[in-house]
Design a protein around this ligand. Sequence first.
Ligand code: SIN
Length: 332
Amino acid sequence: MSSKACARLVVLGTGGTIAGQASSQSDNIGYSAAQVGVAQLLASVPALDQALTGHELVSEQVAQIDSKDMDFAVWRALHQRASHYLAQDEVAGVVITHGTDTLEETAYFLQCTLAPALLQAKPVVLTCAMRPASAVTPDGLCNLLDATTVALSTAARGVSVVCAGTVHAAADVQKVHTYRLDAFDSGDSGPLAYVEEGALRQLRSWPEPSSSSAHAVIGTLPDVDGWPRVEIVMSHAGAGAAVVDALLAQRAVAAPGVLPLRGLVVAGTGNGTVHVALQAALLRAQAAGIVVVRASRCTGGWVLPRSDDVFPDSQGLSAVKARIALMLRLMA
Ligand code: SIN
């Protein structure tokens, strides 16, 4: 796979375990995420020089957080900085260092909101680590190197995720393991490619950035305090109406900093089925103007529509991604 002639690779840092540090080299869980700056992280990968041959490296610290604490302000800033760099002729692609915990949400958010015309020509590649930078063998360095290979390849486009030598599409990727280095999976779709010894082995076509993406409808993202509030509830044995009813009751009381609820995603059992008591509450919510979408709490498969469905399904999206899709729909 050949690499691009554009002269610059941009790396945006947001924190995560890839930038994490523990007091002991053998501690892979008792660390603090988001301690090492992105410039320092890049300087710790001498092999990058070879991967970057002929390309200038530019880095920027957009945030420094544990990604469990990801918020809309960081998403908006990332969107703005990625858009800024992708629009520059000399930029070949953008790599984003990120925590693993909400990586799939950020990847999907960017895939939906960055301009398709920019993503058509240049990739945005998110990468991460399951071991902190202080570990005996920190996987983040190799992941960073692999992400560089993808971002500089002529084949890549759109938003993808690189972890443990595997390239996943933003729409498909899910974190599926709490500890293993190979913590991500693309479900039924399978990965896009592998990175092997600095070369990309493509397995399937790169998804085309869609001209009907949220970007086409929303254009510039509004200030985050105007982003619609969408919550996720889960169906389970003994599920009831209490959570949904509390959310509905909260709507009636205006409180500072609490946005009115606009949408609900239910992570249903199996094929998106919902406990009868929870379903009754969701029907009340729907009748009150809340948009309800039904995903599945299963990690594999799609929710297949049935003629007696009372709530629309998530069109193959997991609950966390269905929440983003619904937020963007309501934003539009
Ligand atoms: C995080 O998501 O920021 C911490 C966990 C990780 O990166 O693996």
